[in-house]
Write a protein that binds this ligand. Sequence first.
Ligand SMILES: Cc1cn([C@H]2C[C@H](O)[C@@H](COP(=O)(O)OP(=O)(O)OP(=O)(O)O)O2)c(=O)[nH]c1=O
Length: 216
Amino acid sequence: MASFSEVTGSGWRPKLVLASASPRRLALLQQAGIEPDALLPADVDETPRKSENPRELAKRLAKEKAEVARRAARNGDDLREAYILSADTVVVAGGRILPKAEVVDEAAACLRLLSGRAHRVYTAICLVTPKDSVRLRMVETRVRFKRLSKDEFERYLASGEWRGKAGGYAIQGLAGTFVVKLVGSYSNVVGLPLYETVALLDGEGYPVRFSWLNAA
Ligand SMILES: Cc1cn([C@H]2C[C@H](O)[C@@H](COP(=O)(O)OP(=O)(O)OP(=O)(O)O)O2)c(=O)[nH]c1=O
């Protein structure tokens, strides 16, 4: 690991891998002024285990994604000492873990459970440090949707915005108009809680603020 003066003096900084295929996660990280050096998406089986609760599921999957990316990164020379960041988002409504909607029937079932009530969104973030310490954080946001009219329901399904999204909606799109109340982190719902991600990176020695300076 480089010293503080090496980081400031030469412009050198440790590398960062985002273990994700989600364009939203990349955009959120960039919004925080942080540009990952590599994207290493990790394809893991996201099926919940029997009697696994949503928090445990999100944490396990974030950790598995980071571990897959860590193995790939440590194999080459370039990313051997990189930080690895991953996340997993789980939506829970009516005591049920909602699927990541891939087909319209799944999205319709999700919307029925979300309409007119509150639900919870959990995102776990996992950071593997250059010394291979594994750090996990869990963030919870509560969201209340309006009661959806038949028209809203059908138009939303026709929009296709639900595809590949946990809980069958994307708050950053049309479904933003369904939100009556949100308690907690908005970016957490989109897939990467900004405050907690920056705090975690910062706390583990990743030079978050130097990314801003370098970008200027
Ligand atoms: C609830 C919600 C989820 N989502 C997205 C965030 C995540 O991309 C996705 C949840 O699925 P995840 O399995 O957490 O992530 P992913 O498979 O899309 O990407 P990765 O490669 O990082 O594993 O749903 C939104 O974009 N908006 C929302 O409002």
